[in-house]
Design a binder for this molecule. Structure first.
Ligand code: NAP
Length: 179
């Protein structure tokens, strides 16, 4: 393991509004069917690390993935969910599950505190930029543009049926110069 990347690789999957909002009242401030499909394909067969509130907004372990939930509540237990008490334990559980599943990535799946812990360790960021500015109570941390390089962007039109316009963006961590 290098000094800032995990093995298997830690990646972030997130949808962020133009004003940085990712959540409101325990849910998502938009409905985007195309993004749900992308999230499914990006996460299938991989372990997902999420906070207890994000888990509760989903309400069940996602099929075909290993759901790892961070909580300090000693009573929290759900069949089919791996419960951990801190971020280091989440990474360990993620690495174990990824190896068992043959997955090359561990996915940090939110919310805000999980993203903040994952950002310094992640090598890739799968970001959906949603072109709305909703009110919300949960935000994605600011990205340091010197640390992340955009490697792909696909723009999607909005529609009444599918939701607001959005871009599917992939960013990779800029390699640090060897001294
Ligand atoms: N737009 C997106 O892509 C996206 C993705 C994910 C979530 N969201 C939204 O974000 C909101 C939820 O995010 P959130 O930031 O409010 O909550 P969250 O991160 O999902 O959950 C917070 C909880 O996780 C536990 N936790 C977090 N860090 C921990 C640590 N280091 N050690 C132990 N336990 C820890 C604690 O649970 P206990 O209180 O049980 O101890 C904490 O109260 C929702 O609105 C959701 O819809 C959006």
């Amino acid at each position: 393991m290098s000094d800032f990347l995990t093995n298997p690789a830690l990646v972030i999957v997130v949808a962020v509004a133009d004003n940085g909002v990712i959540g409101a009242d325990g849910g998502m401030p938009w409905r985007l069917s195309g993004d749900l499909k992308r999230v499914k394909s990006l996460t299938m067969g991989k372990p997902l690390i999420m906070g207890r509130r994000t888990y509760e907004s989903i309400g069940r372990p996602l099929p075909g993935r290993t759901t790892i939930v961070l909580t300090r509540d000693p009573e929290f237990a759900v069949e089919g969910v791996v419960v951990v008490r801190d971020f280091a334990a989440a990474l360990e559980a993620g690495a174990r599950a990824a190896r068992a599943m043959g997955a090359g990535e561990i996915v940090a799946f939110g919310g805000a505190g999980i993203y903040a812990r994952a950002l310094p360790l992640a090598c890739r960021l799968y970001k959906t930029e949603v072109h709305v500015c909703p009110e919300g109570d949960t935000r994605f941390p600011d990205l340091d543009p010197r640390q992340w390089r955009e490697i792909s962007r696909q723009s999607q039109h909005g529609s009444e049926k599918d939701g607001p316009a959005h871009d599917f963006v992939v960013l990779e961590r800029v390699e640090r110069e060897e001294s």
